[in-house]
Design a protein around this ligand. Structure first.
Ligand code: CA
Length: 228
């Protein structure tokens, strides 16, 4: 999942970016509102973390403009302690949830995961697609009840494909939503990688979770069962 992080305090921004990356997000960072708006117009994000007190263009304006631009990704608002008005304004501007500073990083991660799974149509952290179940709280995958060992990157890719289940995801889109901006993109890498992921999820070829749509990309085929 590709995430936009907007925070002007450099140490906090860097620490957050690092932790979010460790939790499987491809992170783009912006230090002020103008840079954030540029990135929002330029790239497709799956979600964003936006501080309200920002230089040049403030956070509320960034959120409003993003919504005016029809950007629908979930937004987690960061607010300063004691400013209840910030929380209300942040939500009314188009934010989906907020965290008050100072916060524990675990709370930010948990709230982001919750926002994402709601976007995918799930209320609980267990995402069930026929016999394939993803536990997003533990980052574990089972197929017919048997755990599947995935690398962190394979897990990220699977999560993105299921997030867009039933829809075609091109190699470019997959790359954009999984890698950080400066990654050197190579579509062969994706092909090999998807092949390996398929083998792990479906060694007997009975499930066929990921279809190749010739010339267009991949599609996650299993049906969502709603909450597991
Ligand atoms: Ca700030």
């Amino acid at each position: 999942m590709r995430l936009l992080l907007v925070e002007d305090e450099a140490p906090l921004r860097e620490q957050l970016a690092l932790q979010l990356q460790r939790n499987g997000y491809a992170v783009d960072s912006a230090a002020d509102g103008r840079e954030a708006l540029y990135l929002i117009q330029e790239y497709n994000y799956d979600l964003a973390v936006i501080d309200l007190g920002l230089p040049i263009v403030d956070g509320l304006t960034v959120i409003r403009k993003a919504r005016e631009l029809q950007k629908r990704f979930p937004i987690l608002v960061l607010t300063a302690r004691g400013r209840w008005q910030d929380k209300v304004e942040g939500l009314e501007a188009g934010g989906d949830d907020y965290v008050v500073k100072p916060f524990q990083i675990e709370e930010v991660i948990a709230r982001l995961n919750a926002l994402l799974r709601r976007t995918s149509g799930f209320a609980s952290p267990l995402l069930a697609f026929e016999s394939l179940v993803i536990d997003t709280a533990k980052q574990e995958v089972t197929v017919v009840g048997t755990p599947v060992e995935l690398t962190a990157f394979e897990y990220k890719a699977l999560l993105y494909l299921t997030h867009r289940h039933g829809q075609v995801v091109s190699k470019t889109e997959l790359t954009e939503h999984l890698y950080d901006q400066d990654f050197d993109r190579d579509s062969n890498v994706i092909e090999v990688f998807i092949g390996r992921l398929r083998k792990k999820l479906d060694p007997e070829h009975t499930l066929n979770p990921i279809a190749t749509v010739r010339g267009r990309g991949y599609r996650f085929e299993l049906k969502s069962l709603g909450d597991a």
